[in-house]
Ligand binder design. Structure first.
Ligand SMILES: [Zn+2]
Length: 319
């Protein structure tokens, strides 16, 4: 890929270094259509750089005007910026959500038991479920303090292959699907010339509705591009977790310029999961449950909404 992946950091503090070196390789391997499209954009001069910012400052402590977002595109110069701390945060979210999904949703189902098991995630849960919860709690510290990665936590850098039959390897695969979806979302903004549309929207009476539409269009673009591996569970995990990660910023960010994140998630779920009974709907439930416990939101989980995870999502009362 001709995109200049400008890896400025040579420090080895972040276990995500291994993974970010593989981002271009991964896009080329798994999403050849997106890869070709990116090359075309470069020829046209629309996309110039994807830069990973080696920035250890927690998101919450950044002064305004400084790079404060996880992933951001400067449409005028065709550059996508990705915050390195965000990559670590994202990996931990992928890892914690996957562990809990596997342990409390998938395993029981393999043994013929289908139940709304997400309440098994709690501070006194069994060891592996606890491990997932603790990884999520570690991720949450990345938002408010200088991140450190304790030795006894799982780390992506241990793994050499992209996919392996273990939590590290699978989390790595999900992480890459997730970051790829987010890069494709940004490329969607570039390719559809949203810079100009955004400029027009700011002068409009329906500013927020119009800006929301641009986000849905960029999501649509990204979903279509990752669609070449549509059947892959890894991709579904990656896309859903990408959006759920935004949920965790919900209370810390001014979201006015973006559509309601739950609405974005629900639209996306409908597009990428065809079976209403799918256990993949539980990914969102787990994300919400982890978020609920970690930040003591005390959501009202309506267990009587039916017997599917899809219904459980719509039954959650939250503000
Ligand atoms: Zn966007």
């Amino acid at each position: 890929m001709n995109i200049e992946y400008d890896i400025k950091s040579s420090e080895s503090w972040s276990p995500v270094i291994y993974l970010k070196d593989n981002i271009p390789l991964w896009i080329k391997t798994y999403y050849p259509r997106a890869y070709k499209r990116n090359e075309l954009l470069i020829k046209k001069g629309c996309l110039k750089k994807i830069i990973i910012i080696p920035d250890k400052t927690p998101f919450s402590q950044k002064p305004t005007g400084v790079f404060t977002k996880r992933i951001e595109t400067d449409l005028s110069i065709g550059t996508i910026y990705i915050n390195e701390v965000y990559l670590s945060y994202l990996w931990l979210c992928c890892c914690s959500i996957y562990i809990n999904w596997y342990e409390i949703i998938h395993k029981p189902l393999e043994n013929g038991y289908y139940g709304l098991n997400i309440f098994k995630i709690n501070p006194r849960a069994e060891e592996l479920v606890q491990l997932g919860l603790n990884h999520f709690k570690l991720a949450s510290t990345f938002l408010t303090s200088t991140p450190t990665w304790p030795d006894y936590f799982l780390s992506p850098s241990i793994q050499n292959g992209l996919i392996a039959e273990d939590y590290h390897g699978i989390s790595n695969g999900i992480f890459l699907a997730s970051i790829s979806f987010q890069i494709l979302h940004e490329i969607g903004h570039i390719e559809k010339n949203h810079g100009f549309a955004r400029y027009l929207a700011f002068g409009s009476k329906n500013k927020y509705a119009e800006l929301s539409q641009l986000e849905y269009k960029a999501d649509d673009y990204a979903i279509r591009k990752v669609g070449s591996k549509r059947s892959s569970e890894t991709t579904v995990f990656g896309v859903i977790i990408s959006l759920c990660c935004d949920l965790f910023f919900y209370k810390n960010t001014n979201r006015q310029e973006h559509p309601d994140i739950l609405e974005r998630i629900e639209k996306t779920l409908k597009r990428i999961i065809s079976d209403n009974n799918s256990e993949l709907y539980a990914i969102t439930c787990i994300a919400l449950r982890l978020w609920d416990i970690t930040y003591s939101h005390n959501f009202n989980w309506d267990e009587n909404v039916g017997d599917t995870y899809k219904n459980l999502i719509s039954g959650i009362a939250w503000q």
